[in-house]
Write a protein that binds this ligand. Structure first.
Ligand SMILES: Nc1ncnc2c1ncn2[C@@H]1O[C@H](COP(=O)(O)OP(=O)(O)O)[C@@H](O)[C@H]1O
Ligand SMILES: [Mg+2]
Length: 343
């Protein structure tokens, strides 16, 4: 339902051209939670703001439900934008208005009748769990509560799409988790498609169905979140996954690790499994079939969406050819083997 085709954006800064986005192609299905991950300056905010043309791409197409927004008149675009809500890292609430009044604002601007506004705000306050904070001003609310107000305000126009720009980046881990839960609930209950951008893989892991990685304005890869974690195609994604899942090797092993093979050293491999597989049958098979020694260094199981993803780091020693044969043997299976080096 949201489709970006060859979207590029450049900014002219003095005499320099800054490329924020370059040839982005992206498809987001209705009803899903889609995450875009990238470091600071990667182009995430520019990409998000391209979806409602708050930032007009220099070239390309932004198509929502078969309508190319780039071709709409200013008035038609305003109309369309009403169906796209947005929330921000720093909440953007009016300090002089209570929670209730902040949520009411977009409806006041549309000249909705008072009774309808009253009714709508009350039910939104309930949805975001702030019924008892209606009369509180932003400075009387925690960060998480402020973001709840901002979410309620974004929902007043009954959007089909919610754009979230680092919505949890200013929050502590506990509030982050509760806001992510709320976004998930809104997605399921109201069938709102959510596009969120973040520099934190953890956020992606918690609520996204699909995610893409943005790097220097380019889309590096896009996949289901499980596959992004289990089979990252690029080095950049792999590094982000390892950081998010705390897959760093134990200090002692890390110190000994060398990139080149050596007769006295054994091969260090990380096996990744998805679903109900376990590493044990694989290890037993490899030991028996290829007559090699396998020593388990580290094992983690992560729950990602509804799947279990297992990571097992093993030290393989024995005949060089036998080890190569063992790795070749598992290649066609769903298990991935990543050579980390030699210890
Ligand atoms: N209005 C602007 N004028 C000039 N350069 C901009 C503007 N907005 C963003 N940029 C540049 O575009 C790049 C991407 O920025 P942005 O989309 O904000 O990245 P992110 O949200 O991933 O941190 C950066 O190099 C940034 O400096
Ligand atoms: Mg940004």
């Amino acid at each position: 339902m949201i489709e970006l085709q060859q979207v590029s954006k450049t900014y002219q800064v003095h005499n320099r051209v800054v490329t924020a986005l370059s040839g982005i192609n992206l498809k987001i299905n209705r009803g899903e939670i889609f995450g875009v991950l990238g470091e600071s300056g990667a182009g995430k905010s520019t990409l998000l703001r391209s979806v409602n043309l708050l930032e007009r791409p220099t070239s390309g197409h932004v198509i929502i439900d078969d309508v190319d927004l780039m071709l709409l008149s200013a008035q038609d675009l305003r109309q369309r934008r009403r169906h796209i809500g947005m929330i921000f890292q720093h909440f953007n609430l009016l300090e002089s208005r209570t929670a209730f009044e902040n949520i009411a604002l977009p409806m006041e601007l549309l000249n909705m009748p008072r009774a309808a506004i009253q009714h709508e705000v009350s039910s939104l306050l309930e949805l975001v769990g702030l019924t008892h904070h209606a009369k509180h001003y932003p400075n009387q609310l925690s960060g998480g509560q402020k973001q709840r107000v901002a979410i309620a305000r974004a929902l007043t126009t009954k959007p089909e799409i919610l754009l979230c720009d680092e919505a949890t980046s200013a929050l502590d881990p506990k509030s982050t988790f509760s806001i992510l839960q709320l976004l998930k609930e809104i997605n399921r209950k109201l069938n709102v498609t959510i596009l969120l951008i973040t520099h934190e893989m953890d956020v992606i892991k918690h609520i996204c169905d699909h995610a893409a990685v943005l790097h220097h304005g380019q889309l590096i890869e896009s996949n289901t979140v499980v596959n992004l974690f289990a089979k990252p195609a690029s080095i950049i994604t792999r590094q982000l996954v390892q950081k998010a899942l705390h897959l760093e090797l134990p200090g002692k092993i890390k110190q000994q690790l060398e990139p080149e093979a050596h007769p006295d050293k054994s091969l260090l491999v990380r096996f990744t499994f998805v679903g109900d597989d376990s590493s044990l049958p694989l290890i037993t098979t490899l030991v028996q079939k290829f007559n090699i020694t396998i020593n388990i260094i580290q094992a983690n199981i992560e729950s990602i969406q509804d799947a279990a993803v297992g990571f097992t780091v093993c030290q393989l020693s024995g005949d060089h050819k036998a080890i190569n044969d063992a790795l070749a043997y598992i290649k066609p299976s769903s298990i991935t083997a990543e050579v980390l080096g030699y210890v």
